[in-house]
Design a protein around this ligand. Sequence first.
Ligand code: VGL
Ligand code: ZN
Length: 198
Amino acid sequence: MAEALIVIDIQNDFCPGGALAVPNGDEVIAPTNALIETADTVVLSQDWHPADHSSFASNHTGKSPFDVVEMDYGPQTLWPAHCVQGSLGAEFHPELMTGPANAIIRKGMRSAIDSYSTFFENDRKTPTGLVGFLRERNVTDVKLVGLALDFCVAFSALDAVEQGFAVSVQLNACRAIDNAGSLDQALEQMRSCGVQLL
Ligand code: VGL
Ligand code: ZN
């Protein structure tokens, strides 16, 4: 068994003071750093949007954050502009231990498609390349931590199960947005798909 630690989106914009702050998001940093110190393979995921990204409410006239719109690939929640490529908000939180990372996967880079999962974009078809990276390193198990538990962590966990990995989520190193019941729904979905919630 070889395990990889996948650290989801611990970036300034998802931490207190950021553009899409997850409540108490910075509390995940200490437990995540402790896991990074002992992990064999560490992957960091980084939400990395162009300024004209279609998931930003500000790029749709008359829409507000948390409205839902219909995209070519299905319903899409709109967000405040966040993690714009090259901005301070898109950088990893300065206290996150990034040195030991073996790979950084950037996602949400194309204007027309959002990407919650660090494995596939929201069209559910376009891969980021992470599956190939993990398979080539003979990784069988993945542990996920980070932000936000009910969006990018959950979508990544479900994709990882579908790709045949044994998947766990370490809850003390995650925090949720919890918009309109999204946390309960995500926990239930992960449980029913065989994600181990630690
Ligand atoms: C995320 C909403 C939009 C996340 C990213 O990292 O959970 N959520 N972009
Ligand atoms: Zn995003």
